[in-house]
Design a protein around this ligand. Structure first.
Ligand code: DON
Length: 561
């Protein structure tokens, strides 16, 4: 290269370095930063915060608010979720901002006078709504770990709601298909309703939502739980609802100890109850590695063994898991290696055990599509794994009049009648029965993994009951089959949840030969369009991102040294 050109190049590089070090306070030590979310607009906003020097909690807050605007089927301020946070020094935390049952809820509130489940009562309309936790979670996370101002974190989502964004085809179709529900459950507002059909690249502007976010930005947590928004929610829900101002005043998100499990040189850090995710994922991994087998990815024997393990885990889930604040969950016994080794002995290597012959284990203990997941690693080395939801698409379908946001239908995650499956086919018992102020059991599994005590993976997924098995299989794809993270999240998945007694397999993803061989072993198979959307980050020599190709997920790597 000509000498003068070289000089120019060096000057450019040095100036660029100087500029970056001004924008990003710790640029010289930065190794990497990245974000993977369910929607490109949310990724952009999270990226903007990380670029400004925000940490993973700052970016999670801005991303979550952005998802409430650009991904309204699941992103929310009227729902709840969970966060796993790991600091650069290796300390880890979990934040529970799950919804709670209203004080006036009762065990049999979804049953008629002769004990039958009343159709749709727990999934649609005002009675399906749990007290939202998202705003409490945002302010709790900010208070403990946030570094940027609330204004800086709220403003990008406010702008997005005010100026609007272009919806994609998937969103247009979804809005059209839920039009009837929006009309039915919202006699006093017209949110998301257009005379004509929604089309790809239409702009969705949400002025009322922007104003609501401004109120929360300016008047903070109080506005939502003991202020103007509380009052408006209660008024908007009308006389049929059982939510009261008291419910909001008494809601608190909670920092809990994460579930930590050691598998060889990996530490799995995941969500404790009221999510079943952390315990179930630990059980799956511990049982699988107890078998110590040499298997090929998605070969018949692998699918057989994983589904047999999954049955045992979901059977335990049905009996033992619920909100530990209300019903004792024997966490240590459930992830005890001896207990799991004994459970694994029940597995027949050549034949499926019918679900009817599988029961939850006997424990010896003393009493003492729609959700969304995003993963973030900031430039300081902190990481956040966040799954948040309204439960099913657009939650209860009920908007708050004048405030422009949707409320969840999370009450359906309770076991509304012992043995009766919920939307995800999951059955439960006393541990997860409805009680005032109790949190409903979840499957959300935000997870962070360390390898040799260093940050290794950040991942999670939506997908109801299939969240746990999607996260499980993605972890195996990386640590067992050495797949790169993009292939690991894209790889075909399968799922068994004990009841019903079938393997769900992703459509057009497994060969007829594999399916026939499984049937020959005695498995029942049901094909399903997709299963989970895993959004993950993998850290090894560099940082790698995997945005699941099943949805409109998007990833961005900001730095990678
Ligand atoms: O908490 C749970 O387990 C469910 N409410 C999650 C719902 C969900 O993942 C829907 N997404 N596809």
């Amino acid at each position: 290269m000509h000498r003068s050109k070289k000089v120019i190049l060096i000057v450019i590089c040095v100036s660029l370095g100087f500029l970056l070090s001004k924008i990003i306070p710790n640029y010289n030590q930065v190794k990497y930063a990245s974000i993977v979310t369910g929607h490109p607009e949310a990724t952009k906003i999270g990226e903007y915060i990380l670029n400004k020097g925000g940490n993973a909690v700052d970016a999670s807050i801005a991303t979550q608010l952005a998802l409430a605007v650009c991904f309204p089927r699941a992103g929310n301020i009227g729902g709840g979720g969970f966060m796993i946070y790991r600091t650069k020094d290796g300390d880890s935390y979990s934040l529970d901002f799950r919804e709670k049952a209203p004080k006036k809820s009762t065990k049999n509130m979804y049953l008629d006078s002769i004990g039958n489940v009343i159709d749709s009562l727990s999934t649609h309309g005002t009675l399906s709504i749990g007290i939202p936790g998202t705003i409490s979670g945002i302010f709790d996370a900010h208070e403990k770990f946030g570094t940027m101002s609330i204004k800086e974190l709220f403003d990008p989502a406010i702008e997005l709601a005010e100026n609007g964004f272009l919806i994609n085809e998937r969103q247009a179709n979804l809005l059209n298909s839920y039009k009837k529900d929006f009309i039915k459950f919202n006699p006093n507002n017209k949110y998301f309703i257009k005379n004509s059909n929604w089309k790809k690249d239409d702009t969705l502007i949400q002025t009322d939502l922007a104003n609501t976010l401004k109120i929360i930005r300016d008047e903070k947590r109080e506005s939502f739980y003991n202020g103007i928004i509380t009052k408006k929610i209660i008024k908007s829900l009308g006389d049929n609802a059982i939510l009261t101002e008291f419910d909001f005043q008494n809601y608190h998100s909670i920092w809990r100890d994460p579930i930590k499990t050691k598998i060889n040189n990996y530490n799995i850090i995941s969500m404790p109850p009221p999510s079943s995710g952390g315990i179930a994922l630990s059980q799956l991994l511990l049982m699988f590695f107890d078998l110590d087998l040499n298997l090929k990815h998605n070969e018949v024997k692998y699918i057989h063994l994983l589904t047999e393990i999954e049955k045992l885990v979901y059977a335990d889930r049905s009996k033992y898991l619920g909100d530990n604040d209300f019903f004792y969950v024997p966490t240590n016994s459930l992830i005890d290696k001896k207990y799991l080794t004994n459970r694994v002995k029940k597995i027949n290597f050549s034949k499926p055990t019918p679900s009817a012959n599988i029961n939850p284990g006997e424990l010896n203990y003393t009493e003492s599509e729609e959700t969304t997941h995003f993963s973030i690693v900031d430039s300081y080395g902190n990481s956040a794994s966040v799954t948040t939801t309204l439960n099913t698409n657009f939650g209860s379908k009920v908007f708050v009049d004048g405030l422009g946001f949707l409320l969840n239908n999370e009450m359906d995650d309770f076991s509304i009648k012992p043995g009766t499956p919920n939307t995800y086919g999951l059955v439960g018992s006393e541990a997860n029965s409805i009680e005032p102020e109790k949190r409903m059991l979840s499957s959300m599994t935000p997870t962070i993994i360390e390898k040799n005590n260093e940050l290794f993976m950040v991942l999670g997924s939506p997908g109801g009951s299939t969240i746990i098995t999607s996260v499980f299989q993605t972890i195996l794809n990386v640590i067992l089959f050495n797949m790169d993270i993009q292939n690991a999240v894209n790889a075909p998945r399968f799922h068994h949840q004990w009841i019903p007694n079938l393997i769900y397999m992703e459509k057009n993803s497994f060969s007829t030969k594999t399916i026939d061989s499984l049937k020959l072993l005695g498995h029942k198979i049901k094909e399903r369009e997709t299963m989970g959307h895993v959004n993950a980050i993998h850290i090894s020599d560099k940082m790698y991102v995997g945005a699941d190709n099943r949805g409109s997920n998007s990833a961005s790597i900001l730095f990678n040294k």
